[in-house]
Write a protein that binds this ligand. Structure first.
Ligand code: CP
Length: 306
């Protein structure tokens, strides 16, 4: 029996594997009909212990577009978790009924524990403030689609760089590619954690911290906005004080490069004004679409079909 492959953290995949997934996703985008029956008679279980729009819906759409079926829950309150069943037992059960599992959980490390028990490939669809590897794959596909490469950029990461799991995973992934510089734009309280700075230093990447978005804007090739994560704060007062630290408006984009791409993992709250949606540099809705294609490629890969 071949070994089960899981995706818990983006570091579980080699750069060659990431590049392969991007290649498969781009092929699916070009010729979706070729893939429409590849997962016929296969089932994906979506175990979402925490709210989601894009990740869950794009996983469901991905499996449907591959000709497969989906089962699962989007509210742990409707599962036997409510009766005290453990995450490990829930994952064992899902493996009895499905060929592959996508799981989101609010507790950091829950997928690592679940991975020790799973009998089918397990995908971490986000664990607390920890990892969100399929968002990172989505982000890399988006950049590749828009720029045609994954190296030699100045990337601005703006907002909640402390709790933003997508930011940590994206930095980790981009450090594999040549010539990436980081502009880290955040309030003092929401700076990138030290362990991420250590990773950037070890990789020899250039990085600089900013408190004002306008100071970094002219240099940027990619601007990755993030939401201040209310659900990760210990007290509401701090959240209220920091939540509107950065609001991207058309005025702020004036000194930006013509070919800048503005990304955001979404959901947005206030951090990008809706007027920016009409700017050709706004890439965040296309980014959400890329999420479906990269998850199609990932499902095929973990099922040993691509
Ligand atoms: N980007 C993202 O993870 O969105 P959801 O929380 O809606 O899945």
């Amino acid at each position: 029996m071949s070994e089960i492959r899981n995706l818990i953290n983006i570091t579980d995949f080699t750069t060659e594997e990431i590049d392969h997934l991007i290649e498969v996703a781009e092929d699916i985008m070009k010729d979706p009909v070729k893939y429409q029956d590849m997962c016929a008679h296969k089932k994906l279980a979506t175990l979402f212990f925490e709210p989601s729009t894009r990740t869950r819906l794009s996983f469901v759409a991905a499996m449907m577009e591959l000709g497969g079926n989906v089962l699962g829950f989007d509210d742990a309150g409707t599962s036997s978790t409510k009766k005290g069943e453990s995450v490990s037992d829930t994952v064992i059960m899902a493996g009895c009924y499905a060929d592959i599992i996508a799981m989101r959980h609010p507790k950091e490390g829950a997928p690592v524990i679940a991975a020790t028990k799973t009998t089918v490939p397990l995908i971490n669809a986000g664990d607390g403030g920890h990892f969100h590897p399929t968002q990172t794959l989505t982000d890399l596909l988006t950049i590749h689609q828009k720029k045609g490469r994954l190296d030699n950029f100045t990337v601005g990461l703006c907002g909640d760089l402390k709790f933003g799991r997508t930011v940590h995973s994206l930095i980790e992934a981009l450090l594999r590619y040549e010539g990436i510089k980081f502009a880290l734009i955040s309030p003092e309280e929401l700076k990138v954690p030290d362990y991420v700075k250590e990773s950037m230093n070890e990789a020899g990447a250039e990085w600089k911290e900013y408190q004002k978005l306008e100071d970094a804007m002219p240099e940027l090739d990619i601007l990755y906005m993030t939401r201040v994560q209310r659900e990760r704060f210990f007290n509401e007062e701090d959240y209220i004080r920091l939540k509107d630290s950065f609001i991207l408006t058309p005025d702020l984009l004036e000194p930006a490069k013509e070919d800048l791409i503005v990304m955001h993992p979404l959901p947005r709250v206030n951090e990008i004004s809706v007027e920016v949606d009409d700017d050709p540099r706004a890439t965040y809705f296309f980014q959400a679409l890329c999420g479906k294609y990269i998850r199609m490629a990932l499902i095929l890969y973990l099922l040993g079909m691509k």
